[in-house]
Design a protein around this ligand. Structure first.
Ligand code: GLN
Length: 297
């Protein structure tokens, strides 16, 4: 049997289990089990597999990975990585797996906010993918990233160390339920967030990979999915410098409602931006007034 035949056979098991991109996942897991990169695989895929113990061990490892994926554990939780904005982020079951959709938000900030001196707050940071990408690609040197989950922040810190090296002083991670721990009322030029935005009752209809294995805390936006946009619309007014902007990822049907929440509270230059699939994905709003007094919602 060749490697090509082996991976096609095993991918068929994934397809039977309902995995959507069975061939792609089957190949990634093969690379993982055999310790190959894509070029290495392409070079040897039509050769007969050896019968030695080393190859048998790799095949057993591959089988085990396929069995795991058959249970619908996300590929990225098995391999431990997900690419985002050209870098590899470590992920586990405590963080939302970075989505390509979210790159739209990062790209918009990079396009609209060229000043490296800008201070930036990332709320619901999860794996840290937004904050770390902006530190890396935008060169911002004053970033605060918050998450309610201490386990998520362990992942974010690990990514910060791996991808930014010594990030102390330029990026700080704080365990906080939304703005709760920002007691000194620092002001920011930019606020970013990919908050949980799925309506609670819709979560059960999502793919098993998402509903069983990704953290519900990172998905559930309460009954109408808008819970965290209400908090953001209320509170960003107290944490933005005059002229500061907030950038939020949204569900593709939430643009008009989120825009309205921000319009009602006095933000200006509100705009919805589409992702690569042409779906509404990011809402941006500007706060042109002085900072509001902090009050607790
Ligand atoms: N984009 C994610 C999904 O569709 C949801 C992300 C979120 O709630 N912030 O599964």
């Amino acid at each position: 049997m060749t490697m090509e035949q082996l991976y096609r056979q095993e991918s068929e098991r994934l397809a039977q289990a309902g995995v959507r991109d069975a061939l792609i996942d089957g190949r990634y897991l093969l690379l993982e089990a055999f310790g190959l990169n894509m070029a290495g695989f392409l070079a040897v895929r039509h050769q007969e597999l050896c019968e030695d113990e080393d190859t048998r061990e790799k095949r057993r490892r591959y089988e085990a990975l396929i069995r795991k994926r058959e249970t619908r554990i996300p590929l990225q939780q098995i391999t431990g990585v997900q690419g985002f904005m050209g870098q590899e982020f470590y992920v586990n079951e405590h963080v939302l797996i970075p989505r390509q959709d979210t790159e739209t938000l990062v790209e918009l900030v990079l396009k609209e906010q060229p000043f490296r001196q800008s201070s930036l707050l990332d709320i619901c940071t999860g794996s840290g993918c937004i904050a770390i990408s902006l530190a890396h690609l935008g060169g911002y040197k004053q970033i605060t990233a918050l998450d309610i989950s201490g386990e998520a922040l362990k992942v974010a810190r690990r990514n910060g160390e791996a991808l930014l090296g010594d990030y102390e002083g330029c990026l700080q991670f704080v365990e906080s339920d939304m703005f709760e721990k920002l007691t000194q009322r620092p002001a920011f030029d930019i606020i970013t967030s990919n908050p949980p935005y799925i309506r609670s009752q819709v979560i059960e209809d999502l793919e098993p990979e998402v509903r069983r294995y990704e953290p519900r805390l990172a998905l559930d936006g309460a009954e109408d999915g808008l819970k965290f946009y209400r908090i953001l619309a209320d509170k960003c007014r107290s944490y933005l410098n005059p002229g500061g902007c907030v950038y939020m990822e949204i569900g593709c049907d939430q643009g008009p409602e989120v825009e309205e929440l921000f319009r009602d509270r006095g933000y200006e230059e509100i705009r919805t931006v589409q992702d690569m699939a042409g779906l509404d994905r990011v809402v941006r709003a500007r706060w042109n007034e002085p900072q509001q007094e902090v009050y607790h919602v």
